[in-house]
Design a protein around this ligand. Structure first.
Ligand SMILES: [Zn+2]
Ligand SMILES: [Zn+2]
Length: 361
């Protein structure tokens, strides 16, 4: 028995940890009070979707959290959106009521918003990754999580802004604290790393060293604005040259591997900071030598979703795509239908570009 207004479709669901996700028939509720239902046009495959196979907090879960589409229905009380509006999904929408939000730290919101309406398989509600679950042609979100996309920004580009661009640009502009002329290192030159490079330039960094074992990614990082590129084995020598022997003022680790974090930490200048952007395995540990860290007055800082204030910053990022300051179209690799997505969970990174996009008809 269907709920009134629910629509029947399919979604990519991780049924069990350690298993490949699969397409299952689902029903998506009609939007309730304050909610909108979005007909997806494009969704990016993020590293976090892939690592969910090992460490999702809840299963079964609909994967996908980086997407854009068109509003297909609005619930009661929604005056801000209409059917046909082009929107990008925000995966952490602050409640604006909790103690953190009230204190001005909306990026630390204790109760991020999610829709009360559900996605169901055989009548049972499924969890949705990061309050979105956008590997599904129809996605239910609070109206505030559907950020209007300005004219001139393709929905494919807007989709990438929802996670890769937001995370990378936010890491460089919000989380990090470097001065103009600073020497920057970025370990991991995929979609997020390339956005860190681009935003570090916007913030008037001096030398920017991108470190990645994949030659294609190193070239992409150069195109994004890196002044130096290196494979991991030669990183220390290249950084020494780029920084005239001083080391890095800010190092970004976008891989999520303790050994890489340690390499980045060891490359820091006195007063330098390490920004942890990559998601490590739950339970992973990082060891380092605290004595030198103490006397050199260094810092390690975590970064999720670019420490953004989403309701203010995401529209700004979309505006920067419209005026050409950001150019995420460069990141788009393969475009695949939803039906081909399960195969991508064993195939490793695509060959054609930084980001694989699911295109919805
Ligand atoms: Zn992501
Ligand atoms: Zn809050």
């Amino acid at each position: 028995v269907s709920a009134p207004g629910a629509i029947a479709t399919e979604a990519l669901v991780l049924v069990e940890l350690g298993r490949k996700p699969e397409l299952l028939p689902v029903e998506v509720d009609a939007p309730g009070l304050g909610e909108v239902r979005v007909s997806m046009r494009a969704a990016g495959l993020c590293h976090t979707d892939v690592s969910a196979i090992e460490d999702a907090r809840t299963v079964p879960v609909v994967l996908g959290h980086e997407g854009a589409g068109v509003v297909e229905a609005v619930g009661g009380g929604v005056a801000t959106h209409r059917p046909g509006d082009r929107v990008m999904l925000c995966w952490k929408t602050p409640c604006l009521r909790c103690r953190r939000c009230q204190g001005g730290r909306v990026e630390l919101c204790e109760h991020p918003r999610e829709s009360l309406g559900q996605v169901r398989h055989k009548g049972r509600p499924l969890a949705r990754m990061l309050a979105t679950g956008c590997f599904c042609p129809s996605v239910l979100v609070p109206a505030e999580a559907a950020i209007p996309v300005p004219e001139g920004v393709p929905l494919e580009v807007a989709a990438l802004v929802g996670c890769a661009v937001a995370t990378g640009v936010g890491a460089a502009l919000r989380t990090a604290s470097f001065d103009p002329g600073a020497c920057i290192g970025v370990w991991g030159a995929g979609a997020v790393g390339q956005n860190i490079v681009a935003a570090a330039r916007m913030r008037a960094a001096g030398a920017i060293v991108a470190v990645d074992p994949v030659p294609r990614r190193r070239e992409e990082a150069r195109a994004a604005g890196a002044t130096h590129v290196a494979d991991p084995a030669s990183a220390a020598a290249v950084i020494a040259e780029a920084s005239e022997g001083r080391g890095l003022d800010t190092a970004f680790e976008v891989v999520g591997e303790p050994a890489v974090m340690r390499a980045a930490l060891d490359a820091l200048a006195p007063g330098g900071e390490l920004v942890l952007v990559g998601a490590a395995r739950r339970g992973a540990e990082l060891t380092f030598r605290p004595r030198a860290f103490m006397s050199r007055q260094q810092r390690i800082v975590g970064c999720i979703y670019g420490s953004l204030r989403p309701l203010a910053d995401l529209p700004a990022l979309l505006a920067w795509c419209a005026d050409g300051r950001l150019d995420p179209a460069r990141l788009i690799g393969d475009r695949i239908p939803l039906a081909d997505l399960p195969g991508r969970f064993s195939a490793g990174p695509g060959e054609a570009g930084a980001r694989t996009l699911v295109s919805f008809p």
